[in-house]
Design a protein around this ligand. Sequence first.
Ligand code: GLC
Length: 546
Amino acid sequence: MAPTQHLWWQHAVIYQIYPRSFQDSNGDGVGDLPGITQRLDYLHDVLGVDAVWLSPFYPSPMADFGYDVSDYCAVDPIFGTLDDFDVLVAALHERGIKILIDYIPNHTSDHHPWFQESRSSRDNPKRDWYYWRDGKAEGGPPNNWLSVFGGSAWQWDEHTGQYYLHSFLAEQPDLNWRHPEVVDAMLDVMRFWLDRGVDGFRIDVAHYLMKDPQFRDNPPAPPDAVTPYKSLADYDSQLHVYDLGNPDTHEVFRKIRRVLDSYSAERPRTSVAEIHVFDWSNWASYFGVNLDEIHMPFNFGLVGVEWDAIRIREVVDAVEGALPSGAWPSYVLGNHDEPRLATRFGAAYAPLAAMLILTLRGTPTTYYGDEIGMHDVPIPPERARDPWGKRVVGLGRDPERTPMQWDSGPNAGFCPPDVEPWLPIADDYRQINVAAEEDDPRSLLTLSRRLLALRRVTPALRGGSYAAVERVPSQCFVYTRRTEDDMCVVALNVSDIDQLVTLEGMTGTVCLSTYLDREGPEDLQRLILRPHEGCIVQIESAPPTP
Ligand code: GLC
């Protein structure tokens, strides 16, 4: 049986906030830190989340909306001040909510003073803080590595006559983590924020940190290769064996972990890391052989999954099977880089998706607005902001980053009526918003709150073991969650027609349906699930486990 005593991050529900889009407090059409502070009652009293993760709020030229940092230890004026940050942390902690912040170690902005120095001359002391290389003798960049955002990963710098490496935009030069001063400086950044009270970090593109020291060319990808990143066609034409994930990545992760551990006596700190790896044993290696690396490598298996019961189960079973002993799983369905789940799976399936992610074993991270059913918003070309989308039509991430829909008033309560929000607001925000859904007993927000509340008081859902139930219809994904004294079955119908599920030898009570209209004892030998219905059943008796 799985233990029920866990550290806070193992039973937490993490809520991702994209600060630009949550709440504008100063009338410039862009969300900010005081805006988030204003909305904490929603997070605590209405929704009941345990932790928030804030996407970047650091000073930045915003070439990649904050993932291009020009000062790691400050707040961009558009988001507020360090004092605003301190107020936010205190207000979260008063409510018992933990805070994780984005840590972006792979690259800085090209405006960062470190890079400005580095590019100033070949003999500048910070030259080797970044990767500078000569081109090939016959001309052209040093090797065939590609940028995730398109084109070569090498940018020619006229001033010093060399190329520098950028795995993402040219405005995001990669830091050289083999330089001891870079390691020291970047670990100090963590200490700066830990000293200010943060409870952990979400680590951006963590497995990109270490690259092949010989800078060998990547081999071409075979036609059936699994692509690691939603990206440009040319990026996926290679196998990324040399430009990321070099074995010494593990040593860096151990250093990061030691910093977190050094703060954990007072209260445990944690890390989640963005690692787009779908070979589950490779992915699992980032927990560390002695569980001394990343607390929770993000598991993106369900982000790209085909919306089909068998495929979903395959991902969950593969992840569960790959976890090293003692490692803790995590699940993600959406974030600021992916189409919203109401768009991906369809509005009818959004409740089922919510039940799935909030009842699997492991820590779920949910994306702001998904709890009310926000969908992707079509962005007219003249209002496109995301550099990726500006380069390649269709790859833009603006549609999933639009302002939070708070109420049916002008600008959905995100910013004042006379201000243009930084991205357009969904046309149907008068129906899909917090205020409207809060009072509606059948809304997605009501379901989300009830799922969170149930998870909090149900030991089996918080920390129990997971096992898939066999002999169910192929369009249903059914699993048990159990501790020694508590057992639930979660039965999900991933189809548009009724399904009959038989839970052999079990008796129990339905405590929540995604339709929000069904509670009480049921004949579990004939549990009928309506189209795209999910049910959580509290089990009273079950055959002994073999
Ligand atoms: C991560 C972020 C994404 C950003 C990229 C480069 O994938 O989630 O938004 O563009 O890193 O920093």
